[in-house]
Write a protein that binds this ligand. Sequence first.
Ligand code: PRP
Ligand code: URA
Length: 208
Amino acid sequence: MAVFEVNHPLVKHKLGLIRQHDISTKDFRELASEIARLLTYEATKDLETEPETITGWNGPVKVERIKGKKITVVPILRAGLGMMDGVLDLIPSARVSVVGLYRNEETLEPVAYYEKFTSNINDRTALILDPMLATGGSLVACINMLKKAGCTSIRGLFLVAVPEGIERVQKEHPDVDIYVASIDEKLNENGYILPGLGDAGDKIFGTK
Ligand code: PRP
Ligand code: URA
């Protein structure tokens, strides 16, 4: 498994803005989407292409087309929805597969409540979307669900992660690559990422 921390200046700048304690729901949503777009650019960098000849304005032109597995985007409800628009801006024809998971606030264990995958998921690369990779429990549960459905090619996109969560996923699913805007320091005693973003779901949906 590879972990890619995307150190692009635009990502760093936008992370600085999204960490602001009194950020509005509107600004948080916009920035989550913009960072997700930049992560998508990185996470699709190695997709293979194949040559094709099309008819251009002045006759035949050789162009490149993406080949191989098509993509399904997998937002983890709720907060993953906040990254979806940004990803679909770059991959507009991607199918969307949805996973519903929340963390039990006391045990921090993930609770699954919804799953709807695109057909032929075994023929697709899954791009899991979630702003936060904390203990790693939610990501491991989501990967388990995808693999059970037959998916064999999986990547995850996150705004912020911590080393302990990454290690857990590395141990349980060494074949899954992770793209993250920032690897932060640690979890606090309540399982929140420090410095982190706070509760990403609440910030995206304007709850609390
Ligand atoms: C948050 C976040 C992840 C999960 C990460 O979701 O969006 O899904 O916690 O934590 P973990 O790595 O320790 O599992 P939350 O449970 O708050 O649900 P929400 O998206 O519905 O707000
Ligand atoms: N979920 C969040 O929304 N924020 C965290 O810091 C950890 C899990």
